[in-house]
Design a protein around this ligand. Structure first.
Ligand code: ADP
Ligand code: MG
Length: 729
């Protein structure tokens, strides 16, 4: 490290001899490519070494420090006879642990039998039991009080805290710790300039970057470490807010088609539906119509539970827009509607055909597996398959007014004549850049670069307000907070193990009458993601096997999980929709799934492991038709708090309310995986704190209002330029 000049952008291999090919691959898997990545690989927690009581309570994978005495020290060649190694046992008053050091014969000489030592490493095991391989070793300076039983001395300071890092094959927590320690001992920290303006840090009493890095990796004092974590959480939220405010400002300075509409005309269109819209729907329509009447592009997020009728709102708004003509050439404006899956795109396509049948509006469907258009030339009441080339041509000429599709819609070859609105269903982010790219027409004139379509983004994902402000900071938010009245309430029951058999019989009756059933198995919270994935798969597969062999042998059981390929998932969902299967055992991937109106039962295994908001959203998979539907929350937990918590589901008005409750009770990290939003666990936890989010928001806005180009903050500008916006997958 000394002979090579390092900076934050140096790749980790520049760190030299400590990093072999396996290490490099492992580090890359953890997302660590540069020195900066390494410094920003924060501990997930701090192990208090005193927690461990003795050799019998060691846990594989745990980072531990043990105070003890060297015993049975031997220096020999390894099994295969090549590598010199030291082997020893570390004994304290509770037991002994085996340690080996490969390629380090000197350890045997330096620490002979009887030496008091402090050993740190990650617990492994082999056929002979627990083992620490290549642990750190140093002479113990403090002697352990006699009264203290257990492997660790008692002390109230944080001398005994060691950072625990996320690991992967070939890269242990201890290895990371050692690497970071060496790095920090070089002069690298002196080069670090803090991108966050000093006055903001001072206002919040947060440490500067250099100090924060030290505090977070080397927990000398608990308060400092907490302050450091808070700083990094703030930093992340602050950058996100800045980025989004930049987008908001950029959007503000762009131009969209101002939409004029005739109230009576829209009223008549609404009357053509077989139901009466809820007030919540009408209010949403009202705010959207007001937005799009302006030249300034709309950016609005419509939040509403599954089934609250967001698609209806989108349809009415579409109608208003399609009754507008481009004032330059008197042609109809255009709309692009993007759905998260092919099946949903097809469903929306069919719904829109129903809604727009009476008008002479032409509708297209574009997915990677095929394209279609309504109306068909030969049969004006139905749609027909067309080639992609043909569809693209009709979009370019403006003949097709609404195109509904998947992600496949964002492609260079697709150009619109006059795109006025983009509707996005259940996608996490759709930034100004993507909007612009989509709106690019074949003309490519200069004036056009200022054009930006209105954006209506819709989501049923119940996220707390603070998170919404963080992720969708550039959008105005409207919530549809009521469900259509005639929908039957889903019967929700908390089922203890003893009632399982009876419930299975009730479910059998539903299946016999032709209905379908979802069974959800939890994702298991584990440190190691790969391990967690494996376990999840196993439980979905095992449950499916058990149900099809032992409980419901007369019905067809299928499975769906996150490790499956996109096409496989689509196929399984399509089969379930076509009733080729009766029971679908799945992980929570079906959350943002699809509408299978014939499914009337959802069983959730280990319901207590899910967040309330997530349970609520899962429950929304059923109850989509006139049939009475059921949600069974299976739980083995007998705790009163669990039952109480789950009972909130029976009374809750909407998912957003539950998300808020959940966040306060369990912390947001428990509720949802930040990765889907491009947010670290650290920042997810901080989002619980509305004050921090508000300050990040206010400060970012103030900064950009004063200095829109960030000329006074070149470093901040650079960070933001590098930071890619969070997109949908
Ligand atoms: P979301 O997209 O919010 O999940 P949808 O717009 O797909 O909900 O609506 C779900 C179902 O409810 C559709 O079949 C739709 O026709 C119907 N629906 C929508 N609004 C109402 C309403 N106000 N009253 C009755 N049914 C409605
Ligand atoms: Mg919808």
């Amino acid at each position: 490290m000394k002979d090579k000049i390092l900076n934050l952008q140096s790749t980790i291999t520049d760190l030299g001899g400590r990093i072999n090919e396996d290490h490099k691959n492992g580090l890359n898997r953890l997302g660590i490519n540069t020195v900066k990545d390494l410094l920003y690989h924060f501990p997930t927690r701090y192990a208090d070494m005193r927690e461990i009581a003795g050799a019998s309570t060691l846990v594989v994978g745990q980072a531990v420090t043990i105070y003890g005495v060297m015993e049975k020290v031997s220096v020999r060649r390894s099994f295969k006879g090549h590598i010199p190694m030291t082997e020893a046992r570390i004994a304290d008053n509770t037991g002994t642990v085996r340690c080996v050091w490969f390629n380090q014969a000197y350890i045997g000489k330096m620490y002979p039998d009887g030496t008091k030592v402090k050993i740190s490493g990650v617990v492994q095991s082999d056929k002979n039991g627990f083992l620490l391989s290549n642990p750190n070793i140093e002479r113990a300076t403090s002697t352990i009080p006699e009264s203290q039983s257990g492997l660790f001395a008692s002390s109230t300071d944080t001398e005994f805290l060691t950072p625990v890092y996320r690991e992967t094959k070939g890269v242990t927590s201890l290895y990371l710790y050692t690497l970071i320690k060496k790095l920090v001992q070089s002069s690298i920290l002196d080069e670090i300039i803090d991108p966050v303006p000093k006055h903001i840090l001072e206002k919040l009493h947060l440490p500067i970057l250099k100090d924060a890095l030290l505090y977070i990796h080397f927990p000398k004092n608990e308060n400092l470490t907490i302050a450091a974590r808070k700083r990094f959480a703030f930093e992340e939220i602050f950058f996100l807010q800045l980025k989004q405010y930049q987008e908001k400002v950029e959007a503000k300075h762009s131009l969209a088609y101002p939409i004029t509409y005739n109230k009576k005309d829209i009223g008549d269109f609404i009357k053509s539906f077989p139901f009466k819209p809820t007030n919540a729907q009408l209010n949403a329509i009202d705010s959207i119509l007001k937005d799009i009447a302006r030249r300034e592009p709309m950016g609005r997020l419509l939040e509403g539970d599954v089934g609250s009728g967001k698609t209806f709102v989108a349809a009415i708004v579409s109608y208003a827009i399609l009754n507008n003509l481009d004032n330059k050439n008197d042609k109809r404006l255009q709309i692009a509607y993007m759905a998260p899956t092919e099946i949903l795109a097809k469903q929306h396509f069919e719904s829109f055909i129903k809604y727009f049948k009476g008008t002479n509006i032409e509708i297209g469907l574009l997915t990677s597996s095929g394209c279609a258009k309504f109306p068909s030339k030969s049969n004006p009441t139905s749609h027909t398959s067309i080639s992609r080339t043909q569809l693209i041509k009709w979009l370019e000429s403006g003949q097709i007014s609404i195109v509904i599709g998947t992600h496949a819609l964002i492609q260079k070859s697709i150009k619109f004549e006059r795109l006025a609105l983009v509707i996005i269903d259940e996608q996490h982010r759709f930034g100004v850049k993507q909007r612009k790219a989509l709106a690019q027409s074949k003309k490519g004139t200069k004036e056009e670069s200022k054009e930006l379509p209105h954006l209506l983004s819709m989501t049923a994902t119940p996220i707390p307000r603070t998170l919404a402000l963080t992720i969708f900071g550039d959008l105005d938010i409207t919530v549809i907070d009521a469900m259509p009245l005639e929908r039957k309430k889903i019967i929700t029951e908390i089922v203890p193990a003893t009632k399982r058999t009876k419930i299975y019989e009730d479910i059998r009756k539903e299946l016999q009458s032709g209905r379908q059933v979802y069974v959800i198995c939890p994702r298991i919270d584990e440190q190691d993601e790969e391990e967690a994935q494996k376990r999840t798969l196993k439980s979905v597969k095992e449950e499916a096997k058990r149900l099809s062999e032992e409980i419901f042998p007369e019905f067809i059981v299928d499975i769906l999980h996150s490790k499956m390929k996109k096409e496989e998932k689509e196929e399984v969902m399509q089969d379930f929709l076509d009733k080729k299967s009766d029971i679908l055992v799945a992980t929570s991937v079906i959350e943002v799934g699809i509408n299978v109106p014939n499914a009337t039962v959802i069983v959730i295994e280990h319901a207590d492991r899910f967040g309330l908001a997530q349970l609520h959203q899962l429950r929304g998979r059923v109850g989509r038709r006139e049939y009475q539907s059921y949600c069974y929350l299976f739980t083995e937990s007998k705790g009163e708090t669990t039952t109480k918590r789950l009972k909130a589901l029976v009374t809750a008005k909407n998912g957003f309310e539950l998300a808020e409750q959940d966040m306060m009770a369990r912390g947001i990290g428990m509720l949802m995986d930040g990765k889907q939003w491009g947010i670290s666990d650290l920042a997810m936890e901080a989002i619980k704190n509305p004050k921090l989010v508000e300050i990040a928001r206010d400060e970012s806005r103030e900064l950009l209002d004063k200095d829109p180009k960030l000329t006074k903050y070149p470093l901040l500008k650079e960070v933001l330029e590098k930071r890619t916006q969070v997109h949908m997958e």
